[in-house]
Design a protein around this ligand. Structure first.
Ligand code: SF4
Length: 291
């Protein structure tokens, strides 16, 4: 599992559980603007990000989040039936899991779903934190309408290690974006939830990096610290050298100023920038995180 076609795939933690299920539905109507449907090949996520909003959506125990994944074994064949019946629309892969977490190397549910959508001629938007996405470039380049992206909510890997310790490094995500752009694909960055600029990074320096790897679009949204996210993050920030700076992640005023600055720097470099109000309807701001 360490290496798949030259792509590093982290081995599973020993206490990580994998379960298989068969589903009746594959596509879900999605409330996000610019998206018609979401396709989630898995339930659960190995990356165990401290801020993940999915436990709240699923109303599951946050403490158990990241300890198991449920594999939807027949999701691609159910999808094949659904694309014959439903109106054609943009499919987001994925909105409630990472479609390229390590189990995808074993099960290939995401890849099979892409094959279905390619045959049907449906547009897709793919988002991950994992370079395993590069395995499917051969499919991506055959789509007429596609955008592919990585979540890169900070350029400071020390901050990433604190809040998303099981997710791939920032450097590997940037490398993945570079290779996707080199393949001629339109790439985007999910700067979400927006981290404050720690580790000496500035808005201008972050925009420079995005420009250097030909990122075409950036979208962002602020942290929502409710529903146990605050407590989960506080536990990870304890005793950390960057905890004071990183805690500004939920300082509304500070983050709004930083995001405005990042938006201006991106736009000055020709990178499209969308904020939460444009990206998601009805986002409410979170209470401040105090450490
Ligand atoms: S990668 Fe996405 S779905 Fe997975 S834990 Fe992190 S935020 Fe949640």
């Amino acid at each position: 599992m360490d290496d798949l076609m030259g792509i590093h795939v982290p081995p599973p933690r020993e206490d990580f559980a994998i379960r298989e299920v068969f589903v009746d539905h594959a596509l879900r109507k999605d409330p996000l603007p610019h998206i018609d449907y979401s396709f989630n090949p898995y339930v659960g996520c190995f990356h165990q990000c401290a801020f993940c909003y999915v436990p709240r959506l699923m109303q599951t125990d946050r403490a158990a989040w990241g300890r198991s994944v449920v594999v939807k074994r027949n999701a691609a064949s159910v999808l094949a039936r659904e694309v014959r019946k439903l109106p054609r629309g943009l499919v987001a892969i994925s909105t409630a899991t990472d479609p390229y977490q390590f189990v995808e190397g074993m099960y290939r549910i995401t890849r099979h779903a892409l094959e279905v959508l390619l045959r049907a001629g449906w547009p897709v938007s793919v988002l991950s934190r994992s370079g395993l996405m590069l395995r499917d470039v051969d499919l991506f380049v055959q789509f007429k309408e596609i955008e592919v992206g990585m979540s890169v909510p900070t350029l400071d890997d020390n901050a990433r290690k604190l809040l998303e310790p099981w997710a791939p490094s920032i450097e590997s995500r940037l490398r993945c974006l570079r290779e996707l752009a080199d393949a001629g694909l339109t790439t985007f960055v999910g700067f979400a939830p927006a981290y404050p600029p720690t580790g000496g990074w500035t808005a201008g320096a972050i925009a420079d990096i995005f420009e250097s790897i030909d990122v075409r679009k950036v979208f962002t949204r602020p942290l929502d610290a409710r529903w146990g996210v605050r407590e989960s993050m506080l536990a990870r920030l304890e005793d950390s050298a960057v905890s004071r700076d990183l805690a500004r992640i939920s300082d509304r005023g500070y983050m709004a100023g930083f995001i405005d600055e990042l938006a201006a720097e991106c736009k000055a470099r020709g990178i499209e920038f969308r904020n939460a109000e444009e990206f998601r309807i009805g986002v409410r701001m979170a209470p401040s995180l105090k450490v």
